[in-house]
Design a protein around this ligand. Structure first.
Ligand SMILES: Cc1cc2nc3c(=O)[nH]c(=O)nc-3n(C[C@H](O)[C@H](O)[C@H](O)COP(=O)(O)OP(=O)(O)OC[C@H]3O[C@@H](n4cnc5c(N)ncnc54)[C@H](O)[C@@H]3O)c2cc1C
Ligand SMILES: *[C@@H]1O[C@H](CO)[C@@H](O)[C@H](O)[C@H]1NC(C)=O
Ligand SMILES: *[C@@H]1O[C@H](CO)[C@@H](O)[C@H](O)[C@H]1NC(C)=O
Ligand SMILES: *[C@@H]1O[C@H](CO)[C@@H](O)[C@H](O)[C@H]1NC(C)=O
Ligand SMILES: *[C@@H]1O[C@H](CO)[C@@H](O)[C@H](O)[C@H]1NC(C)=O
Ligand SMILES: *[C@@H]1O[C@H](CO)[C@@H](O)[C@H](O)[C@H]1NC(C)=O
Ligand SMILES: *[C@@H]1O[C@H](CO)[C@@H](O)[C@H](O)[C@H]1NC(C)=O
Ligand SMILES: *[C@@H]1O[C@H](CO)[C@@H](O)[C@H](O)[C@H]1NC(C)=O
Length: 534
């Protein structure tokens, strides 16, 4: 025990610890001091700096956080939350966090599935920089573009575009409360990606704060880094401040519909046919499926209900013709169709009642209440046979809290090559499937639901992509791997990067090594540089 070698080891560990961390109690004070010294403009701390001593701390922490699983009291809370009011505040925050060696989490819309923007499971102390107050949107219809700030939601973007033009839009998420920074940097799909591609495919410029605290636009950051931020996932390369997006043309009238089929209504055959039709039909049409367990009121038994929720970029008569030719099994009728404007179709797809006015998009009101959830994603490249669907339904019915969403690809998604952006799930992908469990009675049901979804995911193995089994980075799933961290180094988590990015992962590591070799921007699943010491 008392050998000199052991003493030496103890000393070196002690030295490492003492240079790498400041006493947590002092951090908020040192941080605000540092901000004051380095900021070109005064920072109003009384409205932008929150420590656990402030009564508003918890409400600010919880404000946009979506997954109640990561708000449990047992989880470590941040030392403080800083909500910058202008771009320069973000720059100095990076400089000061670096100087004080405090780990930084970046939050824009708070929708990270595993809470990575507001919780750290691997290191403490940590702080949150929350960009919720940076939400300006400047739409330039004449130029078909808009500048959008990090904390604006996709719903606000939809609203601000529609305010200026009924024939312009932007392809982004179905849910309307997503933060534009996090959403777009992971890809971003919705109800029109088959026609226009992902949000990330429609970004033409950006402003970011890099690991040195510089603000860079596309020209200054160079094409490698500009490539990495359009699909490489949040929290690895820098802090997105702004996107410049290209607006797309939408028709003045679009058509939405929902058709619901239980298993007893030929459900199995229709899903089988959907797999063949939905990825190959006219790009103007996207039909999602939402699968749930329901109690059939007529027969008093549990069944599976599939809701086919569609958006057609055109009028109902054209849609009905298209469906009659390609997908008569669904039995879509004129009565099911609602002709409306693009902006209202976005509300419809998000699940708002049809009496909701578009202004709801300005209040960051989600269509559904917050809950506890766990989700996982897969990409399907081969039609799942009918017999296999039978056994999938059986396993699905084991948990009443289960939801599955099937999202068709094809169209524009197939015409963009795998390496154009880091998002690799392109040609050959029939659809994305997402499994979700949502519950509201807290810890009580956590174990049951987590066990179910993991078993269900395992049971899907024969039907989904393999080598790698692909996953969508915006549907973050910590089961796929966690970068290990100790006081001397980070350890890359196995094949995680290839699941999210396929071979693009290699280029992402190269970019990371070039722009953030000291690994300042990091979290449980961030891209690590080649040399991962700290
Ligand atoms: C209810 C719900 C519905 C969803 N629907 C869709 C959908 O229809 N389509 C779809 O594609 N996705 C969807 N998603 C997933 C969504 O796209 C991702 O969760 C996305 O990362 C959310 O971005 P955010 O800014 O809201 O999240 P945050 O939690 O703030 O951030 C997500 C990640 O990005 C990082 N990050 C945040 N801000 C920045 C920044 N300024 N610069 C750099 N990194 C940053 C964070 O550190 C974190 O790692 C949905 C998620 C939820 C919870
Ligand atoms: C937080 O508390 C400090 C110290 O009491 C106070 O100076 C500051 O104004 C408070 N900030 C907020 C946002 O309430
Ligand atoms: C229009 O957009 C282009 C491309 O981003 C840009 O170079 C140009 O300056 C913009 N024009 C105006 C008038 O803003
Ligand atoms: C979609 O609709 C537009 C406008 O009606 C039409 O020009 C186009 O041919 C349709 N199909 C595709 C694949 O875009
Ligand atoms: C079905 O009914 C049972 C008994 O009333 C209930 O416990 C269960 O939650 C219901 N399931 C769904 C999916 O509604
Ligand atoms: C809105 O929905 C209700 C109930 O589904 C329906 O009766 C009504 O006709 C709808 N209104 C419009 C304008 O579509
Ligand atoms: C997509 O892949 C299929 C099958 O490999 C091929 O025939 C087709 O040309 C590809 N499409 C595009 C746009 O690359
Ligand atoms: C940290 O992890 C690395 C890589 O696994 C290992 O070599 C090293 O010994 C670990 N250090 C400590 C202090 O645990």
């Amino acid at each position: 025990m008392g050998s000199p070698r052991f003493l030496l080891l103890l000393i070196s560990v002690f030295v490492l610890l003492s240079v790498s961390s400041t006493s947590p109690a002092l951090i908020p004070e040192l941080f605000t001091q540092c901000l004051e010294e380095n900021s070109p403009n005064p920072i109003p701390f009384s409205t932008s700096f929150f420590t656990p001593q402030n009564s508003s701390f918890i409400s600010v922490l919880e404000s946009t956080a979506q997954n109640l699983r990561y708000l449990m009291p047992s989880l470590t809370k941040p030392e403080f939350i800083f909500t910058p009011l202008e771009d320069s505040h973000v720059q100095v925050a990076v400089v000061c966090a670096k100087k004080l060696k405090i780990h930084m989490r970046i939050r824009s819309g708070g929708h990270d599935y595993e809470g990575l923007s507001y919780v750290s499971l691997i290191e403490k102390p940590f702080m949150i920089i929350d960009l919720a107050k940076l939400r300006d949107i400047q739409v330039d219809i004449a130029n078909n573009t808009a500048w959008v700030q990090a904390g604006a939601t996709n719903g606000e973007v939809y609203y601000r575009i529609s305010e200026k033009s009924p024939v312009h839009g932007f392809p982004a998420g179905v849910c309307t409360t997503l933060g534009m920074a996090g959403h777009v940097t992971g890809g971003g799909y919705g109800a029109t990606h088959r026609k226009y591609g992902l949000s990330a495919d429609n970004v033409i410029d950006a402003r970011i704060v890099d690991a040195q605290g510089n603000i860079l636009d596309r020209h200054a950051m160079g094409e490698d880094l500009f490539w990495a931020i359009r699909g490489g996932g949040g929290g690895s390369f820098g802090i997105i401040l702004w996107w410049q997006i290209k607006l797309v043309r939408v028709p003045p009238t679009v058509t939405v519909f929902t058709v619901t089929k239980t298993l007893e209504q030929n459900g199995n055959k229709i899903v089988h046919k959907w797999q063949q039709v939905a990825p190959n039909i006219d790009d103007n049409l996207t039909i999602l499926i939402q699968t749930r367990v329901t109690n059939s009121s007529t027969q008093g038994m549990r069944t599976i209900t599939n809701s086919y929720i569609g958006l057609y970029l055109g009028r109902a008569d054209m849609l009905l013709q298209l469906m009659k030719q390609n997908f008569p099994e669904l039995g879509l009728t004129k009565k099911d169709c609602l002709e409306t404007s693009w902006i209202k179709s976005m509300l419809y797809m998000a699940g708002f009642p049809n009496t909701t006015s578009p202004e709801v998009l300005l209040h960051v009101t989600p269509a559904f209440p917050k809950g506890f959830f766990k989700a996982k994603s897969d990409f399907i490249r081969q039609v799942i046979p009918e017999t296999a669907l039978d056994s999938i339904w059986k396993r699905f019915m084991q948990d009443d809290a289960a939801i599955m969403v099937w999202v068709p690809y094809g169209g524009m998604m197939s015409r963009i090559s795998e390496s154009t952006t880091p998002f690799p799930h392109r040609n050959g992908t029939l659809f994305l499937s997402q499994y979700i469990v949502r519950w509201f009675d807290g810890e009580k049901s956590t174990k049951k639901n987590m066990n179910w979804i993991r078993r269900f995911y395992d049971s899907m193995t024969p039907y989904v992509s393999s080598f790698p089994r692909e996953a969508y980075v915006n549907y973050r799933d910590l089961d796929l791997g966690i970068n290990q961290f100790n006081k001397t180094s980070f350890l890359r988590s196995g094949t995680l990067g290839f699941k999210y990015f396929k071979d693009n992962f290699i280029r992402l590591v190269k970019v990371k090594s070039k722009v953030d070799s000291s690994n300042f921007f990091r979290h449980e699943q961030s891209i690590l540089p080649l040399q991962v010491g700290i």
